[in-house]
Ligand binder design. Structure first.
Ligand SMILES: [Zn+2]
Length: 254
């Protein structure tokens, strides 16, 4: 058997992860790499050529070392890649912003502002502001219901129960007392995270009804009782994902 390359770990096909922290660090090792990503994403797909508004044609641009911008080689016109984005005028480094987005997008059901504060080493006020900017401006704060294929799951936030809890009933009580976060993800689209007062049916299904188009196909490991009140929605219970996909295909062709 070939030895594993410890610097290039291989992801198992069964892994849920698509982008690890190490991959993130390799792609965005510093602020310059993050700025370059915005530059390519918004203005210069090849990283060097962009439309210059002053020359009124495509020109070669170079990075200005003293400012977070790129300048036209011919006329000196400067383009700031963060202009008009949530990063504009922020005193927080771009890399921290990117890391916050990584954390919010990669954690299964999201992360709280309090957790961001700890992870990023910024003040709570800053973390809270970043959290809301990312959630509302990037993850879609509009009122359009999620449609198409929608994945649902919930988690309680605030640590695991200690081993000393006597039985399953006590564990359930412990979980019930903690805030519940409901994650709703439109495949290839918007993400909604909501804190709900209880994981029990009514609160959960009310939130789903308010955020998901009734025609959407729902994928969820949640057990039917917690979604019983969804009426015409028929979630697929705690089936493995492959079975849920089969069930949804069958349903889609009904
Ligand atoms: Zn120019």
């Amino acid at each position: 058997m070939a030895a594993n390359d410890r610097n290039n770990p291989k992801r198992q096909p069964s892994s849920d992860s698509t982008y690890s922290l190490m991959e993130f660090m390799r792609e965005y090792p510093d602020d310059a790499a993050c700025l370059d990503r915005l530059w390519r994403e918004r203005f210069a797909p090849d990283g060097h050529h962009a439309a210059c508004p002053k020359c009124e044609r495509e020109r070669k641009f170079h990075r200005v070392s003293t400012r977070a911008c790129y300048a036209c080689d011919s006329c000196g016109w400067q383009i700031y890649p963060t202009k008009g984005t949530i990063f504009q005028k922020s005193t927080t480094s771009l890399q921290l912003w990117f890391y916050a987005m990584y954390l919010m997008a990669s954690t299964r059901c999201g992360i709280s502002a309090k957790q961001l504060e700890r992870e990023l080493g910024v003040t709570y006020k800053t973390a809270w502001r970043m959290f809301n900017k990312i959630r509302n401006d990037l993850m879609g704060g509009d009122d359009e219901p999620l449609s198409g294929d929608v994945e649902l799951d919930e988690t309680s936030w605030g640590g695991h129960p200690r081993n000393t809890l006597p039985d399953r009933k006590a564990v359930a009580k412990f979980r019930e007392a903690k805030p519940t976060i409901l994650g709703m993800v439109e495949r290839g689209g918007k993400v909604r995270l909501r804190v709900i007062p209880s994981r029990r049916g009514p609160a959960l299904s009310r939130e789903v009804r308010g955020n998901v188009n009734p025609a959407a196909i729902i994928f969820t490991p949640l057990s039917p009782p917690s979604l019983r009140r969804l009426g015409r929605w028929r979630p697929f219970g705690s089936l493995p994902l492959s079975a849920m996909v089969r069930a949804s295909r069958a349903r889609a062709s009904e």
